[in-house]
Design a protein around this ligand. Structure first.
Ligand SMILES: [Zn+2]
Length: 245
């Protein structure tokens, strides 16, 4: 068994876990920002509906005032009817009363329309209030969950970093440098497990003799294609490390 290789496998595994935790942590603020944006959108839609309702109510009040005025005029005209002297004047006043009645009916129709649309707006506002409440609840719940996960990730990361610091001095420094060089040049993965004669990262089949040599586990070897340090997962010492979690 090659101890340095086993240490490298451990190191790569620790680094992989740290990377995943860091990525998860980086995602959290974005997820919270997206939830906040959804909440803001819901609030904006609610405010818009409220504005529409207010203006509908204002125009209804205006119409009601107009109706009052018209009714006042109609009452005066009716009063006048009792005082007119000529038939012509009588007819003209009757027409006046009729015309005012027509104007009143027109406004009352509009008032009914406004009442109906206010009802519809009321129920829309109720729906939007629910949506806002849902968005707030989701933000609070998921925000708390993400915060909890971030804290957990932080403490896990501390443990892993400590493990890494303990591990590094055990690895020969030239080998550690080689590992770090490969890791930086090869998308963060310096070691490749080999299963059934195939490189587990670049998926190239190893030449048969190379695979046989690898199984002997005597020297450190590299994948001829991706140049990563390879190890055979069938070997007892590396089995544990190559298992996905
Ligand atoms: Zn490879």
């Amino acid at each position: 068994m090659q101890e340095p290789l086993q240490l490298l496998i451990e190191l790569q595994e620790i680094e992989r876990k740290i990377k995943i935790l860091a990525e998860d942590k980086a995602r959290a603020p974005k997820e919270i920002a997206a939830l906040e944006e959804k909440k803001r959108e819901a609030e904006t839609r609610l405010e818009e509906k409220k504005v529409v309702l207010e203006s509908a109510m204002k125009s209804r009040r205006d119409l009601e005032r107009e109706v009052e005025d018209l009714e006042g005029r109609k009452a005066k005209s009716k009063q006048k009817l009792l005082e007119v002297k000529s038939n012509k004047e009588y007819q003209a006043t009757l027409k006046e009363i009729d015309d005012i009645g027509e104007l009143v009916r027109g406004r009352e129709d509009k008032i009914i329309e406004q009442m109906e649309s206010a009802d519809a707006l009321d129920s829309q506002i109720r729906e939007h209030k629910l949506l806002v409440a849902e968005a707030i609840k989701k933000l609070e719940e998921e925000g708390a969950q993400l915060e909890k996960e971030a804290k957990k990730a932080d403490s896990l990361m501390l443990i892993l970093e400590e493990q890494m610091e303990q591990l590094k001095p055990k690895i020969p420094s030239d080998l550690l440098k080689k590992y770090q060089f490969l890791r930086d040049k090869r998308a963060g993965v310096a070691l490749a497990p080999v299963q059934s004669g195939t490189c587990g990262v670049c998926h190239m089949s190893l030449p048969p003799q190379l695979f046989i040599d690898l199984q002997r586990n005597e020297t450190m070897m590299n994948c001829p294609n991706c140049l990563r340090i390879i190890y055979w997962t069938g070997h007892e010492a590396y089995k544990q490390s190559s298992q996905p979690e």
